[in-house]
Write a protein that binds this ligand. Structure first.
Ligand SMILES: Cc1ncc(COP(=O)(O)O)c(C=O)c1O
Length: 356
């Protein structure tokens, strides 16, 4: 099929690989658009899933008690401080629906994860977008932008898609400066990829902070849909009251728990990600292509070509990336770091498009 004639072409980046293959009628598809973990989950997670398929007739534990116990000891918190959801996306949605009212202002530095603005607008909140200079956080500017109407600030640390990360010290100072009427939603979906990351979970007793985590990224369990938020128990209990009773599933819960027992597997993924990032960056630099330093498992590259155009040209060659649509980054694409083979194929194709 001719790429130009595919309707909703931009949505393809969100489809599973099998659907993209069917739509494009191509055998080889390299999907580098969703920041999935190409190495897969821990063998311990796979093992418990295999055992549990014998018991699919039973409902999951609506309180996720066993996973919560593990998270309590990991973070040194109480179970009342944890909200578990169907991926970080559901957790974020519960937070926004539970805490925002019509007209509430939410500060969002951009470019960032699109779902924040979508979620805020769904609650009839007002997004106050702030520019991230060169894709980085300007925490001073964010502080200055807080008004009496500001209900929430959403920071994605490390930030998707720019890869920027807030250091522990900067985060601490920022949190200390927060007024009481403001809730800080810290999305830490990619935290485990950054060696120097300091979690907002440390500060939940001090201020109104909700730190969100997922098992979809470094834990490689995106299909299992488990995410969670940690915050003050008064806030968490309010949100927990409005979630659906069976909002998660047994296979996800047990796989998440088992994967927390395999820090060696996570360490290997973290290391492989660092290595492939360094290789990718070296190749880009050699060709004089600019990119943004990333603390995640992805990298935002400025190809100099309109992002949708570059997306189409890569798609024609079987590679799916995310085109950045933000007006200041329209020549950027975000590429998930894959295996060395995938990354090399991507780079060869990109260089071919740019230089041949
Ligand atoms: C910053 C960020 N937050 C949340 C999510 C959603 O994660 P989950 O799969 O847990 O819903 C993503 C997924 O790409 C993300 O990039």
């Amino acid at each position: 099929m001719d790429i130009q004639s595919i309707p909703n072409l931009l949505n393809i980046k969100e489809y599973p690989e099998s659907e993209i293959k069917r739509i494009l009628n191509k055998e080889l598809i390299i999907k580098l658009s969703n920041n999935e973990n190409v190495y897969g989950p821990s063998p311990k997670a796979l093992e418990v899933i295999k055992e549990a398929v014998e018991n699919l007739q039973f409902y999951p534990d609506p309180q996720a008690a066993s996973l919560k116990r593990k998270l309590c000891s990991l973070w040194d918190i109480e179970k009342e401080q944890i909200l578990i959801g169907n991926g970080a996306d559901e957790v974020i949605d519960l937070i926004l629906r539970g805490l925002l009212q019509k007209g509430d202002e939410v500060i969002i530095p951009t470019p960032t994860y699109d779902n924040y603005a979508i979620g805020v607008e769904r609650c009839q909140g007002i997004c106050r977008f702030l520019d991230m200079p060169m894709g980085n956080f300007d925490l001073v500017e964010i502080q200055k932008s807080i008004t009496n109407q500001t209900r929430m600030i959403i920071l994605c640390n490390p930030n998707n898609p720019t890869g920027a990360f807030i250091s522990g010290l900067a985060l601490e100072q920022f949190i200390e400066s927060l007024p009481e009427h403001v809730i800080l939603l810290l999305d830490e979906a990619y935290a485990e990829y950054e060696y120097a990351h300091v979690s907002g979970i440390r500060y939940i007793s001090k201020k109104n902070i909700l730190a969100v985590r997922t098992f979809s990224k470094i834990y490689g369990l995106a299909a299992c849909r488990i995410g969670y938020a940690v915050g003050k128990s008064e806030i968490i209990q309010k949100l927990d009251d409005v979630r659906l009773l069976f909002n998660t599933n047994t296979l996800g819960l047990i796989a998440a728990e088992a994967s927390l027992d395999d820090p060696i597997h996570i360490g290997k993924i973290k290391y492989s990600n660092q290595k492939s990032k360094a290789l990718m960056v070296r190749q880009l630099e050699k060709q004089g292509i600019s990119y943004y330093n990333s603390s995640g498992n992805f990298i935002m590259i400025n190809t100099g070509v309109n992002s949708v155009e570059m997306y189409r040209r890569l798609l024609e060659r079987g590679i799916v990336v995310k085109p950045i649509l933000h007006e200041k980054y329209q020549t950027c694409i975000r590429v998930t770091l894959g295996t060395d083979e995938m990354n090399n194929y991507f780079l060869d194709t990109l260089f071919g498009i740019l230089y041949k």
